[in-house]
Design a protein around this ligand. Structure first.
Ligand SMILES: [Fe+2]
Length: 260
């Protein structure tokens, strides 16, 4: 792959997103947020990949970042939600879109295409499929970390400044103090927490806190620390002894990981 291929993919992506343009302000705002998210995740892939990837792998990382959420636009316009369980898996949808438009075809080898597909397919799973190995596994880790970092930042910015991103499809109820104890237990025992355990608005925020435990690359943890994500999200979560304990635990794991 060459820089020209990246230019081609980027201009295709922008045109593709434009094809979903809507006069409905809410729809348009959410399409814009996903487009901006895709471009930021592409940049984060380059930041996270810098230390460990050769130039050609950096191109791959860039394409994975750019296209990881390409399914989001059709998903939102078709179902009016970004919730996969209420619509369909947006990663699989994205892969079928890339196939339908034959975008990767002609620009790369079969192996490169396979890496891109596996990384996109695994970006939103609870865990990376156990059959993924070697280089492909590294790209899976990169996209999952880059995606989490940007989603966390977007959500925290929204909590802090909701008027800056109107219609952002994220709840922002900060007044309900209830939360599920099993989510705290899940965080403290390092268990993967699924959205099925969510009962209250604070639960979703606690699940996002648990994401800090899943960051795989030390550089990602360093970025999370530098941007003070934990301290900033804590402001919007009810304060109890066990929640404080969970935060202390996550902070410790994050700090140790950032030093690796
Ligand atoms: Fe995604």
């Amino acid at each position: 792959m060459k820089q020209d291929d990246i230019r081609f993919f980027t201009s295709w992506f922008k045109g593709y997103v434009k094809s979903y343009s809507s006069t409905d302000e809410e729809v348009q705002a959410n399409l814009n947020y996903k487009e901006e998210h895709s471009l930021r995740v592409r940049d984060l892939m380059l930041t996270l990949g810098e230390e460990q990837l050769d130039p050609n792998s950096m191109f791959l990382a860039e394409v994975i970042g750019l296209f990881h959420d390409v399914g989001r636009f059709e998903q939102y316009v078709k179902y009016h939600t970004f919730k996969d369980h209420l619509s369909e898996d947006h990663a699989e949808l994205g892969l079928s879109i890339l196939e339908r438009h034959q975008i990767l075809f002609d620009h790369m080898s079969k192996q490169e295409k396979a890496i891109i597909f596996t990384a996109i397919r695994n970006h939103n799973r609870l865990m990376i499929h156990e059959s993924v190995r070697g280089n492909t596994l590294l790209f899976c880790k990169l996209i999952r970390d880059a995606d989490k970092l940007d989603i966390l930042e977007q959500i925290i910015n929204f909590y802090e400044n909701p008027q800056r991103t109107p219609y952002f499809a994220v709840e922002n109820n900060h007044s309900d103090n209830r939360y599920s104890h099993e989510i705290i237990q899940g965080i403290l025992s390092g268990r993967q927490i699924t959205y099925s355990s969510v009962q209250y608005p604070a639960d979703i925020k606690l699940i996002r806190v648990s994401w800090f435990l899943d960051l795989t690359l030390p550089t990602a943890s360093k970025i999370a620390k530098r941007k003070q994500f934990l301290q900033r999200i804590k402001v919007f979560i009810p304060e109890t002894d066990e929640i404080n304990e969970a935060f202390r635990y996550v902070e410790q794991v994050l700090s140790e990981h950032a030093l690796k």
